[in-house]
Design a protein around this ligand. Structure first.
Ligand code: ATP
Length: 439
């Protein structure tokens, strides 16, 4: 915590969860029916922020590069994908039951005793497949079984040739995707940290095999930079290299980007050198040659893959936790989210000083001037001080106040969330000023 007398981190989680609910970032799903098994709905603010998290990722991983292209693959697809990838056989967690209180746990996440009742009378672990099963078509039979994808990555591997042929890219190049994934987690927990339905942001970066280590290190640096650049403080972010006995069967090296959550260090993103495992596996199953032919050298090879795999929903939660602060302004305590303006649900709030007949139409003109540039809130209720606090609490970086002087001098006050400094800006130049601040 950064603010004077800031909230201790043990109740930080509770405060952020409450704020999310109270202000419309994240609601428990189907709340009017008592909720549904750790699923969540993103409200007006959360939907904006989640889009911004995904947008910031897409911008850095796709838009600002000429060696990465994006795709958007189907969530339901051939079960043969999951045979080839090993998910049908291996995508399991070890499940144990407590014989005393009948709670279920992931054996690898608990010690010798039940975290609920403390009993050590646990069943032997058994493998539980995390994929959600369904049927494609009206008949529920083995031939129509399909799975909701448990990761977005396989969409990139099965489209490798399509992308290669249509884009004329050549290694090193990448295919990126953002979208929903589903895992039937045994113990969803910690708010949106671990849920059964979540969003991922994944890149598969295909390289000549002898360059794999170099690109692995490159992506470790790049991804750490991305989190820091969007406001995760240095002391809450670290890279943890997996021990050799921790590595997945396909990996020649994995490191996790970890964030200091209120319960300790935990994963935001896994970055792995997946070797040529996936392209070979799909090549063998499908009979297609998933390889690259280098016309210049006459060489044919299966590229290695470096995969930075991040969670959008989990990352959004980390940004919220890192941004939460309580400080004092003019002798009054406030809650403030120091969100980077690129992530905040609204960049600007337009606030007429009062509901006065002359101020509201002018404020609407100001609003319409800014709406093409960024997300704007518009709020006329309550005192201006209360409205500033409400905007601070949801992380709006700039408030634009239209007051009685505005009718005379055709200028407005722009207030900064973090410093609370106010400057007077002519309405005619307001769009340029906001554009400058948005960078
Ligand atoms: P864990 O060990 O925590 O189950 P994982 O190592 O299996 O996660 P990956 O398969 O590497 O996770 O997935 C990449 C990223 O997707 C994770 O770093 C995380 O941000 C996100 N993610 C994975 N599972 C979930 C989930 N159940 N809920 C929310 N995000 C998830």
């Amino acid at each position: 915590m950064t603010g004077e007398g800031g909230a201790p981190s043990d109740d930080l989680m509770e405060k952020v969860v409450n704020l999310c609910k109270r202000r419309g970032f994240i609601f428990p799903s189907a709340e009017i029916y008592g909720g549904f098994r750790s699923t969540y709905d993103y409200g007006p603010l959360g939907a904006n922020m989640l889009r911004n998290v995904k947008g910031a990722w897409w911008r850095s991983m796709v838009q600002e590069r000429d060696d990465v292209v994006g795709i958007d693959a189907a969530i339901l697809s051939s079960p043969r994908i999951w045979e080839a990838s090993g998910h049908l056989a291996n995508f399991t967690d070890p499940l144990v039951d407590c014989r005393n209180c009948h709670e279920r746990w992931r054996a690898d996440k608990i010690g010798e005793s039940c975290p609920n009742c403390g009993s050590t009378d646990l069943t032997e672990p058994r493998a539980f497949n995390l994929m959600f099963k369904t049927y494609a078509g009206p008949v529920e039979e083995e031939a129509t079984v399909a799975y909701l994808r448990p990761e977005t990555a396989q969409g990139m591997f099965v489209n490798f040739l399509n992308v290669l042929q249509t884009t004329r890219k050549h290694p090193p190049f990448g295919i990126a995707q953002v979208g929903k994934s589903f895992r039937n987690e045994i113990t969803p927990q910690n708010f949106v940290f671990r849920t059964r339905e979540f969003e991922q942001m994944e890149l598969e970066y295909f390289v000549p095999p002898d360059q794999a280590q170099k690109w692995f290190e490159y992506w470790l640096d790049e991804r750490m930079r991305w989190y820091r650049n969007l406001g995760i403080p240095e002391d809450k972010l670290r890279l943890r290299h997996h021990e050799p006995d921790e590595l997945s069967h396909y990996s020649a090296g994995t490191a996790d980007v970890e964030f200091l959550f209120p319960w300790g260090w935990d994963e935001l993103e896994g970055i792995a050198n997946r070797t040529d495992y996936d392209l070979n596996a799909h090549g063998a199953r499908s009979g297609e040659k998933l390889e690259y032919f280098d016309q210049a050298s006459g060489e044919r090879y299966v590229p290695y893959v470096i995969e930075p795999a991040a969670g959008a929903t989990r990352t959004m939660m980390a940004f919220l936790l890192a941004a939460y602060d309580e400080d004092e302004v003019g002798g009054e305590r406030r809650t403030v989210l120091h969100l980077d303006h690129r992530l905040a649900p609204y960049q600007v709030a337009v606030l007429p000083l009062s509901k006065n007949d002359a101020l509201v139409p002018l404020s609407r003109t100001v609003l319409q001037k800014l709406q093409p540039l960024c997300m704007c809130d518009f709020d006329v209720t309550q005192s201006i001080g209360r409205r500033y606090r409400r905007q601070d609490e949801i992380g709006t970086p700039w408030c634009v106040t239209v007051d009685f002087d505005s009718l005379e001098d055709e200028a407005v006050t722009v207030r900064d969330r973090d410093t609370t400094e106010q400057v007077r800006v002519p309405i005619a130049g307001l769009d340029d000023e906001v554009r400058r601040r948005l960078g």
